[in-house]
Design a protein around this ligand. Structure first.
Ligand code: MRU
Length: 364
């Protein structure tokens, strides 16, 4: 545990940071926001796994960067000069961290990228491999910031000053290293005086919309209104919403999108009221090895998140049967466009992804 900075604006904190001198991964404990801002210093594999599983650090891109720094620190602690011994232990850590959460592809994507650094440099001394691992994790963090800003620019081209924007869950700065994905157009618009009116779904059961999105938008001076999840139809029917922006945890090859539970409801309602539904996705979230949404593993989480957590007293009868999927899949027909760092992709998505990955071959 580290400092508590109750007087500092939440936007001034780094979501994920490396303190190499102390061999610590430093994250904001997001389960305590907005009431308490507490920085956690994570050293062991178990601490890092727990922080990801318990959503102390959460949001697909932030999980990826946390895992990259985490595995660097664990690799740094492997005490051997022998590459095979080093890499065997590295793979054990990789599998362990990868098991923390199944749906966000950024976790395995980031860990695989770190593993490639080992393999591609296997003829070098282990100390040099460790140095390159640190460099790659740092690069991933810097890339995340650039990518989110680029998503913001492309997303901003889809809306106009004064528009009403609805978002679900938290795909904000707290879910990335800066700007967020779904919030990036909002923050860029804020810089340019667009005066958006933002509606944030509270996002049952873990309330990321209320605790995190409403908090960070308010702290940034954005005009934000918190609504319960069952109010999205009402605000769209009232004509208050010009666009929906959401983040995502994995995009399948056919454009089906897994994101926080409830996202598909918002998409269906948006279609009903002719509101464009935009998914903001770094290309690292597009998983062309997963053919459709039906192939995406949806994380199921403990019942107490629905019955007790975040409430002063239980809100359900003891022992009631609970179904608690953390994510759902939005069918590609409901997705108006996918906003990536390289531009806005329109359906059919399979062809759009092919074109994107062909033209960006060097970078992707
Ligand atoms: O369970 P969480 O809080 O990690 O879920 C987060 C989301 O669903 C986000 O929308 C998604 O990860 C995109 S974050 C830029």
């Amino acid at each position: 545990m580290d400092g508590m900075g109750q007087n500092q604006n939440i936007m001034e904190y780094e979501t994920v940071a490396l303190d190499d001198a102390d061999s610590a991964l430093v994250v904001i404990d997001q389960t305590k926001l907005p009431a308490v801002t507490e920085l956690l210093r994570l050293h062991t594999a178990q601490e890092i796994w727990d922080a990801i599983y318990l959503l102390k650090v959460r949001g697909a891109p932030a999980i990826g960067v946390a895992a990259a720094f985490g595995i660097y620190l664990l690799a740094k602690g492997i005490n051997t000069e022998d590459y095979d011994t080093f890499y065997r232990k590295f793979c054990e850590y990789q599998d362990y961290l990868n098991s923390a959460r199944p749906t966000a592809v950024n976790l395995s994507w980031a860990l695989n990228r770190m593993a490639r650094v080992c393999v591609e440099n296997r003829t070098l001394p282990v100390a040099e491999i460790k140095r390159r691992l640190r460099e790659t994790a740092q690069t991933m963090k810097e890339e995340d910031i650039r990518v989110c800003r680029a998503i913001g620019e492309h997303g901003l081209s889809l809306v106009r000053p004064g528009d009403g924007i609805l978002t679900h869950c938290n795909a904000g700065q707290l879910a990335t290293c800066k700007y967020g994905t779904a919030t990036a157009p909002i923050y860029l618009g804020q810089e340019r005086g667009y005066h958006f009116r933002v509606y944030a779904d509270e996002t049952r059961p873990l309330l990321q919309g209320a605790r995190l999105t409403a908090y960070e938008l308010q702290a940034s001076g954005v005009d934000v209104t918190l609504i319960c999840d069952n109010m999205c139809a009402a605000v769209m029917r009232n004509g208050w919403i010009n666009a929906v922006f959401v983040g995502c945890d994995r995009v399948a090859a056919n454009g089906d999108v897994a994101n926080k539970i409830g996202t598909s409801v918002v998409a269906a309602v948006a279609e009903r009221y002719h509101v464009p539904f935009y998914v903001c996705a770094p290309t690292s979230t597009i998983d062309r090895n997963t053919p459709t949404g039906a192939d995406i593993v949806i994380e199921e989480r403990p019942a107490r998140e629905v019955t007790d957590m975040w409430y002063g007293q239980p809100v359900a009868p003891a022992g009631v049967k609970v179904y608690n999927p953390a994510f759902d899949v939005t069918d590609n027909e409901l997705v108006t466009a996918i906003v990536t760092e390289y531009g806005v992709l329109r359906p059919p998505y399979e062809a759009a992804f092919r074109r994107l990955f062909d033209t960006q071959k060097e970078r992707l």
